[in-house]
Design a protein around this ligand. Structure first.
Ligand SMILES: *Cc1c(COP(=O)(O)O)cnc(C)c1O
Length: 453
């Protein structure tokens, strides 16, 4: 369907059956997460869990978390999700927090809260507030810095892809409002040296936020299963806040993350109050206004129904599947795992410079897999879920074939996405890449909806 001009709300509504039919047709070309063809975006446990979440979500879909006095159930559910998560992530009786709509909102709010906290403590010195992040930090922190007028100071990674603590130390100054670390980082799946960063942060009186959006509901269970998990949560002195996404490895419905602070001394700077609005005295703990209770209830329901033993079992399956996948990838000549072998999120790429990994990805996509591509270094990315357990053999066989195919047909590297990515990598001016990306967005979101591929 093209063009915005002729699209209208139908004069007479069409039958609900037709509507459902049309929606099913729209969905046909979507990434196939039910058959575990995706390596990001969806944490799907299968039909039964999906139906359970749907029931819970619809039960609270119309309730509005905007007013927790009108919908006391939501305040209570959110409170219990926060308490359960605080318990899981080394919190104590002082730990407080809120549920947000997702990892991005948790990152945005942390930057806002620490900026406001700094402003309340010292009249801002010359220059803008600064936050120090490792290069591998999630892009949501770039967004937060941009939205809230905080300068982002990126420090390089060590050879093991973890934050360079000495480099962080060198960048701390009077305008530093926050240090961020990941547990683990999205691109490489490695946990930054949180204990060392905590000691450093404490010594300088600077807050340290741990972005455990990805690992918050994996690492605690891995630790219990005996994986070598370094200390990463509120147990570490110097860590002042941490966020974990329930809609990732917590297996809730989309729209649920938990943002925890060591105490109200931090959280209070996130609160918004406006006492002079004609519509009434307004208070808001987080970014959104109206918010469905669905995702809050689904987060609570997932934690209660899965339970600690359920999460341990799921984590065991994920890690066994990860190991099988990594062994399979390593058995393919010319490929290797680029990052920590002990995490369900990892990067893998070529050991042989002549192998174009993006051409391999294109071939995999022809076979129905949705592949995730990284830049710097050029690599592929996997986020393993329990749903991947039965497809490891099939995936590795396809990957082996595709690597062989690309070796035998080097011209494939000049086609499709591989060509596009190769071109982007060679463009010397990042500003040019940026302006091209903006043009793509204008076409995608323009009246004609022109998709790039
Ligand atoms: C996913 C993720 C985010 C952003 O979360 P969304 O839910 O996609 O908004 C932030 N940080 C890390 C480490 C993540 O993995």
């Amino acid at each position: 369907m093209s063009g915005g001009q002729e699209m209208r709300i139908p004069e007479e509504g069409i039958s609900k059956d037709e509507v459902l039919e049309a929606l099913r047709a729209y969905k046909n070309d979507d990434a196939d997460y039910e058959r575990a063809r995706t390596w990001s975006l969806v944490y799907y446990l299968g039909e039964e869990h999906h139906r359970f979440l749907t029931d819970v979500y619809s039960m609270f879909m119309s309730e509005n978390a905007l007013n927790p006095v009108a919908f006391r159930s939501l305040r209570r559910l959110e409170h219990e999700v926060v308490r359960m998560t605080a318990d899981l992530l080394g919190g104590d009786g002082d730990t407080v927090g809120v549920m947000t709509s997702g990892g991005t909102e948790s990152c945005l709010l942390a930057v806002l809260a620490y900026r406001e906290r700094a402003a309340s403590r010292f009249a801002l010195r010359k220059g803008r507030p600064e936050m120090i992040v490792p290069e591998s930090v999630h892009v949501a922190w770039e967004k937060a810095a941009k939205y809230f007028g905080v300068d982002i100071v990126r420090v390089p990674l060590r050879d093991d892809l973890r934050a360079d603590v000495d480099a962080v130390a060198r960048r701390i100054n009077k305008n530093t409002i926050l240090i961020v670390a990941s547990a683990p980082s999205y691109p490489h799946g490695v946990v930054d040296p949180i204990a060392e960063l905590g000691a450093l942060a404490q010594a300088h009186g600077v807050p340290l936020h741990v972005d455990a959006c990805l690992g918050g509901f994996m690492l605690p269970f891995m630790e219990r299963l005996g994986f070598g998990v370094p200390p990463f949560d509120l147990r570490v002195p110097g860590v002042t806040s941490i966020a974990a996404d329930v809609h990732k490895y917590g297996y809730g419905a989309k729209g649920a993350s938990v943002l925890l602070y060591r105490s109200m001394d931090y959280l209070k700077h996130q609160f918004f109050v406006y006492e002079n609005w004609p519509g009434g005295i307004f208070i808001s703990p987080a970014l959104l206004g109206t918010r469905s209770g669905g995702a809050i209830a689904a987060a609570w329901a997932a934690m209660k129904a899965i339970g600690m033993n359920g999460y341990l079992e799921l984590t065991r399956t994920v890690m066994e599947t990860t190991r099988a996948l990594q062994d399979g990838i390593r058995s393919i000549p010319g490929l290797d795992i680029l990052s920590d072998p002990e995490m369900s999120v990892f990067a893998y790429g070529p050991t042989d410079k002549k192998l174009n990994i993006f051409a391999v990805a294109d071939q995999m996509e022809e076979r129905g897999w949705l592949m995730d591509r990284l830049q710097r270094p050029e690599a592929l990315h996997a986020m393993v879920t329990p749903r991947h357990a039965p497809i490891v053999g099939e995936f590795i066989a396809d990957l082996r074939d595709c690597v062989e195919y690309v070796r035998r047909h080097p011209k494939e590297s000049a086609k499709g996405n591989a060509a596009l990515y190769g071109m982007i990598a060679r463009v010397p001016f990042r500003g040019l890449v940026r302006s091209e990306a903006l043009k793509i967005m204008e076409r995608m979101y323009g009246p004609e909806m022109k998709m790039p591929l």
